[in-house]
Design a protein around this ligand. Structure first.
Ligand code: PRP
Length: 222
């Protein structure tokens, strides 16, 4: 059965979008021109596919829109999916883009004499308090997390706390702020995610889009 309601695909804004768009296009979706206009204030966009619209939101909000069914499909990193751990989200496809890692970092001068295996507690600044607490709790370390939404790398130099948990891609941001990685928590890639209820009620349409993204991902990898 096909619903009259449009399928909504939530995409993350920022750096990751550049890596995701070739896959979106290879899946047969071309957004209206306003999508590429940096000055446009528009947040929802039509596409060449009359049955599908795109919304552009913060990466953490992709998960929220999909979990609540406000978007049927989305692209989010497994960092975001693990932090929320929404049971309503199913992530059937690794898109193999947005490669980075979630790591613990601290100032260079501290790193030489510090061994994370000896910690019984740790205080970190992070955007990922749940994931961080879970990671450390697994080996009996209590993590106190100070929630920041960006620019975590400032925390050690300004005395907020000595350590951070943040995404690392090239390592340039850590380097520029005198920090080094001392532990990797997990590797990250972007995933195609789906609202579970929509997957059931609109199985043909959603299944078709998942298949298109699968083929697009396979074609890039080949
Ligand atoms: C991310 C992350 C780091 C940086 C790491 O921030 O939070 O700050 O990228 O990348 P690098 O290892 O290549 O330097 P982003 O620029 O995505 O913005 P944000 O601070 O808003 O998360």
């Amino acid at each position: 059965m096909t619903s009259n309601e449009k399928i909504v695909l939530a995409l993350p804004k920022g750096r990751i979008l550049k890596e995701v768009m070739p896959l979106v296009r290879a899946a047969g979706i071309e957004p209206e021109p306003a999508f590429e206009d940096k000055d446009a204030r528009q947040l929802r966009f039509t596409t060449n596919r009359p049955e599908l619209d795109i919304i552009r939101v913060r990466s953490f909000d992709v998960a929220t829109f999909v979990a609540f069914g406000a978007a049927h499909l989305g692209v989010a990193g497994n960092d975001v999916l693990m932090e929320f751990d929404y049971p309503e989200i199913y992530a059937p496809l690794d898109l193999n883009v947005g490669h980075c890692r979630l790591s613990v970092a601290e100032p260079k001068d501290l790193a030489g004499e510090d061994d994370p295996r000896t910690w019984s507690s740790v205080r970190v600044a992070t955007k990922y308090p749940l994931l961080t607490r879970k990671h450390f709790a697994a080996r009996g370390v209590q993590a106190e997390c100070i929630k920041l939404n960006g620019a975590m790398e400032l925390a050690p130099t300004l005395g907020l706390c000595r350590r951070i948990v943040d995404l690392v891609s090239t390592g340039a941001t850590l380097e520029a702020n005198g920090l080094v990685e001392i532990e990797t928590i997990c590797q990250i890639t972007s995933r195609l995610c789906v609202n579970r209820a929509a997957w059931k009620t609109r199985a043909d349409e959603i299944g078709d889009w998942v298949q298109r993204f699968r083929e697009a991902t396979d074609a890039v990898a080949a």
